[in-house]
Design a protein around this ligand. Structure first.
Ligand code: SF4
Length: 363
């Protein structure tokens, strides 16, 4: 017989179809719901969920608050709010959080689920239902190569490289822990795929104060994370772009984009970035401000862009002068974070408006 998860089980995995279907009718009149005390309570719950997602934590012990229906509704509302904010990094954080949360509840299912039923083999009935809906096909302790390759593509862990795996007759051997990790990754990818939702303008307008609150908290958190701009921690690719700019070289579109997005992501303000471009031989103040504002999300679309990852930098010929640390990271921002955390604190650091690219080169 078809397994019907309990309300409690669904509240722990609110992305499941059986969890989402009943609340669709509730959300069909979302505009009306938002103005009510119940709607406000649900929004507050959703905002807490997003704040949890952006808070850096070493350990992750998620809690379920309120009734199963409220929990599921807050999951859906959180996704609507981040869609209104439309910030790629924020959306990434939320989907990663939801996947981590599901992973936590799967790994610890025996602790919270009084309906825990061991299915055939070593997995629970609920694990089977979640994996099934996520399209994970696992037979015993192996997975078909095509499924495996698709799943591990975004992972940077060497453990998962096909070269390091035992492959036999078209199947990759995986152990129980890995199966949980791969299911977590699958959940993350599928939840990310659906975002941002196309939310009606009037709904986003109603949610605007909450979206602004989230944006502010997220911006503060990002700035705390990166701290003051410290050019000695810039990765070689970014150093090279700045050097080229200071030498009067015209950067390619990809070069300008990567440099601008990087400086913005680490907290430099728009004017500071534009000042840097003043050294370019074809400097045009209006054009430069337009480009910078577009990339930093102040332009028409409101979309903030993120520095491309190392793989993309390699594709566009921007990954140069790689050093030892480059071997350990997959993103220029990760390089910056690691290098900065290793560097001894210097009393005189460059403020958010970098002094000038000449200063950089002479330092
Ligand atoms: S590996 Fe990454 S951080 Fe290092 S130079 Fe290349 S793109 Fe930059």
């Amino acid at each position: 017989m078809d397994f019907v998860p309990s309300g409690k089980e669904l509240s722990h995995f609110p992305f499941l179809k059986k969890a989402q279907d009943p609340i669709r009718s509730r959300f069909s009149s979302l505009g009306t719901l938002l103005g009510t005390p119940k709607g406000e309570a649900l929004i507050s719950h959703a905002v807490t969920r997003i704040q949890e997602a952006v808070t850096p934590k070493k350990t992750h012990v998620p809690k379920v608050c309120g009734t199963p229906e409220d929990e599921i509704a807050s999951y859906a509302l959180a996704r609507i709010i981040v869609s209104c904010v439309n910030d790629k990094q924020l959306i990434d954080r939320l989907t990663r959080y939801e996947a981590e949360r599901a992973y936590h509840f799967l790994v610890n299912e025996e602790e919270w689920n009084s309906n825990y039923v061991q299915d055939d083999g070593e997995y629970s009935r609920l694990w089977g239902a979640v994996a099934d809906e996520m399209g994970i096909r696992v037979a015993e302790d192996r997975m078909p190569v095509p499924d495996y390759v698709e799943l591990v593509a975004p992972l940077h862990d060497d453990r998962y490289r096909l070269l390091n795996r035992h492959v036999e007759q078209g199947f990759v051997a995986i152990n129980k822990n890995e199966r949980y990790e791969l299911l977590r990754e699958r959940i993350r990818v599928l939840l990310r795929h659906d975002l941002p939702h196309r939310v009606p303008k009037e709904i986003c307008e109603k949610l605007a104060p909450h979206a602004a609150e989230i944006k502010k908290a997220y911006q503060e958190q990002m700035l705390r994370q990166f701290g003051t701009v410290e050019e000695s921690a810039f990765p070689p690719c970014i150093q090279a772009l700045i050097t080229a700019l200071a030498a009067g070289t015209n950067l390619t579109h990809a070069g300008r984009f990567s440099l601008t997005a990087f400086l913005h992501n680490i907290g430099m303000d728009t004017t500071g970035i534009a000042e840097l471009y003043a050294r370019s031989p074809d400097f045009d103040v209006e054009k430069t401000m337009y480009q910078v504002e577009h990339i930093t999300g102040r332009g028409g679309t409101g979309t903030e862009y993120t520095t491309p990852a190392c793989a993309a930098m390699q594709t566009t010929g921007l990954c140069v002068h790689r050093d030892v640390l480059c071997e350990r990271v997959s993103h220029p921002l990760s390089y910056y974070k690691v290098k900065k955390s290793q560097a001894p604190r210097k009393p005189a650091m460059v403020n958010k408006k970098m002094k000038s690219s000449k200063d950089l080169n002479s330092s």
